[in-house]
Design a protein around this ligand. Structure first.
Ligand code: ADP
Ligand code: MG
Length: 235
């Protein structure tokens, strides 16, 4: 289902003043495609994802899936949580895995939270671990995985239950350029395979060759120009 952000705005209180972290953002991400949001630190990229994920209510504007408005300033926290569990996969900058659970169990726990049919959970979790190249690491705990492997567990976990939306915040910041490029390729491919509308936040254009579109964020605003990642950077 296509993801639409419409006039999305987030204003934080800032002492006596306010800070507009997300400023009237319009963005459409077609189902099965990945859009990268590039921008410097402080541009509002993480804030944009937090609003799109229902973690922070927008000050104004809306998030829609297809024709259905799913988040506005009036959405209750309970409804936002339900939306996130049912329809949104999230990958944070650090993988946020649970130390005591194996890779497989991280995915299974998520599947239970997402109310998947218990009989199908193990097969889906194993298939996703296989899709991210970790079939042989399924029974390892995070301490016994590399940083890149942990990031891939987090990506697989976000895709449990085939969410309509995949939101990924700086997945490559701890990786070198080659590994970062491969992680972005993995996200782009999986989004296409599960039909998710993916938004990938990055400050590293060199890793973005595989994405479908790139937009640039500065001071809370998205620049209208949409270009292929490689073409977006002046030499
Ligand atoms: P980015 O992810 O692009 O680095 P952020 O979304 O983290 O940007 O931050 C955008 C702006 O919003 C920054 O000026 C930051 O200081 C501010 N900000 C982020 N989170 C909060 C918050 N919870 N309360 C107040 N200001 C915030
Ligand atoms: Mg950020």
């Amino acid at each position: 289902m296509d993801l639409h952000l419409a006039h999305l705005t987030l204003v934080y209180p800032d002492g006596d003043a306010t800070l507009t972290a997300v400023d009237d953002v319009d963005l459409t991400v077609p189902a099965g495609t990945t859009t990268a949001v590039l921008g410097p630190s402080g541009a509002g990229k993480s804030s944009l994802l937090a609003v799109a994920a229902g973690l922070t209510p927008p000050t104004s504007g809306r998030v829609a899936l297809g024709d259905e408005t799913v988040l506005t300033a009036r959405t209750t926290p309970a409804a936002a949580t339900r939306l996130r569990l049912d329809r949104i996969g999230l990958v944070f900058q650090s993988p946020q895995l649970i130390a005591s659970l194996t890779a497989l169990e991280q995915l299974e726990l998520h599947a239970h939270l997402r109310r998947r049919r218990p009989a199908s959970i193990r097969d889906e979790a194993l298939a996703l671990l296989d899709a991210v190249g970790l079939a042989d690491q399924a029974h390892r705990r995070p301490a016994h995985l590399s940083g890149g492997q942990r990031q891939r567990v987090a990506i697989a976990r976000a895709l449990v239950g085939r969410p309509d939306v995949l939101l990924v915040d700086e997945p490559t910041s701890a990786l070198d350029q080659e590994r970062g490029t491969r992680v972005v390729e993995l996200i782009t491919r999986l989004a296409r395979e599960v039909g998710a509308a993916a938004v990938l936040v990055s400050h590293d254009p060199a890793t973005l060759g595989s994405v479908d579109a790139t937009v640039r964020m500065t001071d809370g605003r998205l620049e209208p120009a949409v270009a292929r990642a490689g073409a977006a950077e002046p030499v």
